[in-house]
Design a protein around this ligand. Structure first.
Ligand code: SF4
Ligand code: F3S
Ligand code: FES
Length: 251
């Protein structure tokens, strides 16, 4: 017999001065292979057309359907209701600006953070559209690809206690991104350039090792390994800078 699901969904429209944050309850008959994404669409189509939530790809690629599902950040399109109890509580991701109900503005946050960490290949080489692509060892290309798989869903940021408490903390997403550029031989930044970006309290030294980021990452990116590697590298660069011989004063 199919289950009767009870959805408790956070409702609030920050654009409407009369709107007050509250929870609405919706009942829905569970069908085979029902995802939260399909369930939310059914609720919107059949019960409340004003319900706001985001989606685009429906296949865990675009990163837009992140929300807090029974207390844990995750993707609505990747979550089957059969993995959840009959009562399901959905909240918007914290940290990001609320657009309305379950919809948050992750785009602005990622744009700002990507700009802050200069999330692009830094090179003085002129781009030549006719040049043959530079070769890269397969192992290295795979290692870069492993970290490149992030879909900017925001789940790791929303799950991180430090990011929830401090809006200047760049979070596991950004640290993973820098780890990816440090692997890439095409990026000509020096170790001190990277240190300036992430060797700070807003960066890797602000991470308290709470581990929730990797637990919730829908792409299973090895964030803990990267944070550990980055912390060791940045600690080493910091020490080298402290103990490097001082330039002699002239005159
Ligand atoms: Fe989402 Fe994982 Fe990327 Fe964080 S690292 S934004 S959880 S895909
Ligand atoms: Fe946050 Fe992950 Fe560090 S949850 S504190 S970024 S280990
Ligand atoms: Fe694209 Fe869920 S709709 S990740």
């Amino acid at each position: 017999m199919s289950r009767q699901l009870k959805f408790n969904i956070f409702r609030y429209n920050p654009q409407d001065p009369d709107s007050v944050p509250h929870t609405d309850t919706f009942l829905l008959e569970e069908t085979p292979s029902l995802t939260l994404f399909i369930a939310l669409n059914k609720i919107r189509e059949e019960q409340d057309p004003s319900l706001q939530f985001d989606f685009a790809c429906r296949m865990a690629i675009c990163g837009s359907c992140g929300m807090v599902i029974n207390g844990r950040p995750g993707l609505a399109c990747k979550t089957l209701t059969e993995e959840l109890p009959e009562e399901i509580t959905l909240m918007p991701l914290p940290v990001f600006e609320l657009v309305g109900d379950l919809s948050v503005d992750t785009g602005s946050w990622f744009r700002t953070t990507n700009t802050k960490i200069e999330s692009w290949i830094h090179t003085d080489k002129e781009f030549d559209p006719n040049a043959i692509e530079e070769r890269m060892e397969n192992d290295l290309a795979n290692a870069i690809f492993e970290l490149e798989r992030c879909i900017e869903c925001g789940c790791c940021v929303a799950a991180c206690g430090t990011a929830n408490m401090r809006d200047d903390f760049i979070g596991a997403f950004a640290l993973n991104r820098i780890a990816r550029f440090m692997l890439d031989p095409r990026d000509e930044r020096s170790e001190n350039d990277y240190f300036d970006v992430v060797g700070t309290d807003q960066g890797v030294f602000g991470c308290m090792g709470l581990l929730a980021c990797e637990d919730v990452c829908p792409r299973e990116i090895p964030l803990q390994d990267q944070l550990g590697i980055l912390r060791r590298k940045m600690g080493f660069i910091g020490l080298k800078n402290i103990f490097k011989p001082k330039a002699k004063a002239v005159g």
